[in-house]
Ligand binder design. Structure first.
Ligand code: NAD
Ligand code: WQD
Length: 339
């Protein structure tokens, strides 16, 4: 299959490229490197031992996108590109709507011009807001509490509308829970710029000595140990789900959402303990106030993805921590580390 990947240089994109190339598909990547580095793609090339096409292009440039899509003529698109920091989205909502929503409209129009009707889209568990029930099924009511989440919700709704308007249109909407970990080679991984927003990269930077301690945001939640509970999923498991979703688009039509998680809740303190064990390093932490907008508990019912995509997460919490540590320990400065 000919697969065009937007945002392929990013954290989930690089891991997915390895799986998609490994499955024998032809790949064309589009990225503007606003949150990634060319080095990440260079490493994907070495690890996969495959070549692929790359265009430095921006989703906001509809003409450029259309030109690249027409030239590559993809059978399907995997769409990762977008901005993803919740806090930043509250400060800069227009940037989020422009990159995520307008960018996706441009992409969908370019797909139409190129005759491509299959898309795999990166959505997020954030579209469920503070859940009414657990585990969260795909039929849970949708809501969002910040511009980032609303951008995902708007895009999901556009995809559902398109599927109604065009009986040949297919969208696999993948709702990721909390992606963590790194490739088993330790050569690619998550490389946040500035202070990490998310728990796992923060723990990793504390373990490697870049930061003094983890701030535990709230220890008085209604959870077994009082700290926030999430459904962490290894990024390679997530990447494999995209290959399964690509296959799904070839024999289905319509827009369908799939939860991608393990279906297990892990608390902040359990994650800190598991990481300390996997790395053999101390992970100092301090208790801090709750972070605004955070919820107590969130975990998936991933059974639809298993039944319909034939996909199930395989890697446990220890594997998530071990691979994240291998990446962090061998690349303490991320892709800027001299190797
Ligand atoms: P990332 O920032 O590492 O990757 C996104 C990539 O898109 C980057 O390489 C960036 O340079 C590129 N990009 C951004 N805006 C662009 C634009 N306008 N034009 C071209 N390229 C652009 O993020 P990630 O963690 O790999 O996430 C990938 C997708 O998954 C995003 O859509 C994100 O919202 C979604 N998601 C991520 C998480 C998570 O926790 N990482 C959870 C749920 C959903
Ligand atoms: C996990 C837990 C924090 C950092 C976010 C987005 C979501 C999705 C994934 C894109 C929570 C606690 C965190 C720290 C802490 N992204 N924590 N100290 O908030 O579940 O989800 O990333 O779609 O939309 O909201 O993930 O890793 O930030 O937090 O105590 O320094 O760790 O309070 O309980 P979250 P996270």
């Amino acid at each position: 299959m000919r697969v065009l990947i937007t945002g392929g240089a990013g954290y989930i994109g690089t891991h997915t490229m390895l799986e998609v190339l490994g499955a024998g598909h032809e790949v064309c990547v589009i990225d503007n490197f606003s949150n990634s580095a060319p080095e990440a793609l260079a490493r994907v090339k070495t690890l996969s031992n495959r070549s692929f096409t790359f265009h430095k292009a921006d989703l906001r440039d509809r003409e450029g996108l259309t030109m690249h899509l027409k030239a590559f003529n993809p059978d399907a698109v995997i769409h990762f590109a977008g901005l993803k920091a919740v806090g930043e989205s509250v400060e800069k909502p227009l940037e989020y709507y422009e990159n995520n929503v307008q960018g996706t409209i441009n992409l969908l129009q370019a797909m139409k011009a190129a005759g491509c009707q299959n898309i795999v889209f990166s959505s997020s568990a954030t579209v469920y807001g503070d859940p009414d029930f657990l585990p969260i099924t795909e039929d849970h009511p949708l809501r969002s509490t910040n511009p980032y989440g609303r951008s995902k919700l708007h895009i999901e709704e556009m995809l559902r509308d398109l599927a109604i308007s065009d009986p040949d249109f297919t969208a696999a909407i993948l709702r990721y829970f909390n992606p963590v970990g790194a490739h088993e080679s330790g050569r690619i991984g998550e490389d946040p710029s500035g202070i990490p927003n998310n728990l796992m990269p923060m723990i990793a930077q504390v373990a490697v000595g870049r930061r003094a301690h983890v701030k535990v945001f709230g220890n008085d939640y209604d959870t077994p140990d009082g700290t926030g509970v999430r459904d962490y999923i290894h990024v390679v498991d997530l990447a494999k789900a995209h290959v399964a979703a690509l296959d799904w688009t070839q024999s289905h039509t319509g827009a369908r959402a799939f939860n991608l998680g393990l279906g297990q809740g892990v608390s902040v303190m359990e994650m800190i303990d598991a990481f300390a064990k996997a790395s053999g390093r101390e992970v100092p932490y301090v208790n801090a106030p709750r972070r605004e907008g955070d919820i107590a508990t969130c975990y998936a019912d991933p059974s639809r993805a298993q039944a319909e995509l034939g996909w199930k997460a395989q890697i446990d919490l220890a594997g998530m921590c071990e691979t994240c540590w291998l990446w962090q320990d061998t690349n303490p400065l991320g892709y800027k580390t001299k190797t």
